[in-house]
Design a protein around this ligand. Structure first.
Ligand SMILES: [Zn+2]
Length: 334
């Protein structure tokens, strides 16, 4: 049997959206160096190659240290504009027609004390600039940080809800912490829905499948970021299927952060087999030495998924996005 060739150009040109990428985690080496210089901060390495090496880590704490180093370089409106614009142009060249950025709103407003308007106006300006440059569509998903606790989540919501913008489409939440189980995060999601926002949540990445159930039943999550633990829990799998809730899966991230032992054993093919609706995302692409197209290639190469499955991922990413029905229809028929 002849080994099929990866249909790189077909996948690149297929209209697709990216629903799981973090604005702060999208900062490439060149931009990191430029931001460090702007802010008079000693960069962790002197050149692009050095930064790329530094974007490697042993474990999750090591990853967070790098992630938050980048976060600390985002201080001004123009910083947020720059990183949003840079990433959207990169995504456009990979065939993305639409991106939904997760933004660590709790970190910026509660840990650093930035005014949310700085973050919001900067990100929106970057989205608008990119839309004018290449037509790419984009929306924003402020993420809560559960490890800061429920009171912090409420304070973040005060800031986010005080300045809603049409590009802010949903509320999200980062990876679970122990505080999920005995503090009230539900009311933050209730407030979001009351203000007309959609809701999504990270769950079932490193942790057990019960996180996914909690995110759906307690937070009303309409999409799950990662959700890979569902494959070992028939009841949670059944819940995702019954409610037609998609999982925004990021194989390179799961491998880099050791949520899976290796790419070949990633549950993605089994999730597809089980009938789950899957979209692919790059999560924090430079940190995981990946990009959106590489996630499709991984699905092909390691997951042994064929062309039809990859096109399904692309189509799902559009249909499951929070873009308008008119925009979805336009992309699907383009
Ligand atoms: Zn994520």
């Amino acid at each position: 049997m002849t080994e099929a060739t990866y249909p790189a150009e077909l996948i690149r040109s297929a209209p697709k959206a990216e629903l799981h990428v973090h604005l702060e985690g999208s900062v490439g080496a060149e931009t990191l160096l430029a931001l460090a210089e702007d802010h008079g901060v000693q960069p962790p390495a002197r050149d692009v190659e050095g930064i790329r090496d530094w974007y490697s880590f042993r474990d999750f704490p090591d990853f967070l240290e790098r992630y938050f180093f980048v976060c600390r370089l985002l201080k001004r409106r123009e910083d947020f504009q720059r990183v949003a614009y840079d990433y959207l142009l990169t995504a456009h060249h990979q065939g993305a027609v639409h991106v939904e950025f997760h933004i660590s709103s709790s970190y910026h407003t509660q840990e650093v004390g930035l005014d949310w308007s700085v973050v919001l106006e900067g990100a929106v300006a970057g989205c608008e600039q990119a839309e004018q440059a290449c037509g790419i569509s984009s929306l924003l998903i402020p993420d809560l940080s559960p490890h800061l606790g429920a009171a912090s989540a409420q304070a973040t919501m005060d800031a986010v809800l005080a300045q809603l913008h049409p590009r802010v489409v949903a509320l999200g939440m980062g990876g679970p912490s122990d505080r999920w189980w005995d503090e009230d995060f539900e009311s933050a999601f209730d407030r979001a829905r009351a203000a007309g926002l959609r809701t999504v949540c990270h769950a079932g990445e490193h942790g057990p499948a019960k996180e996914i159930r909690h995110a759906i039943e307690n937070f009303g999550a309409e999409r799950i970021q990662h959700g890979i633990a569902a494959i070992d829990a028939p009841d949670v799998l059944g819940l995702l299927l019954a409610k037609k809730i998609p999982c925004d899966v990021c194989p390179a991230s799961n491998f880099a952060l050791k949520a899976v032992d290796d790419l070949a054993s990633h549950p993605l093919p089994r999730m597809v087999e089980a009938g789950l609706t899957i979209t692919l995302g790059s999560d924090d692409p430079p940190l995981f030495h990946t990009d959106l197209l590489n996630e499709y290639r991984i699905a092909w190469e390691y997951g042994q998924l064929r062309e039809a499955a990859l096109f399904d991922f692309a189509k799902n990413s559009i249909t499951e996005s929070f873009a308008t029905p008119e925009a979805k229809e336009r992309w699907l028929t383009s």
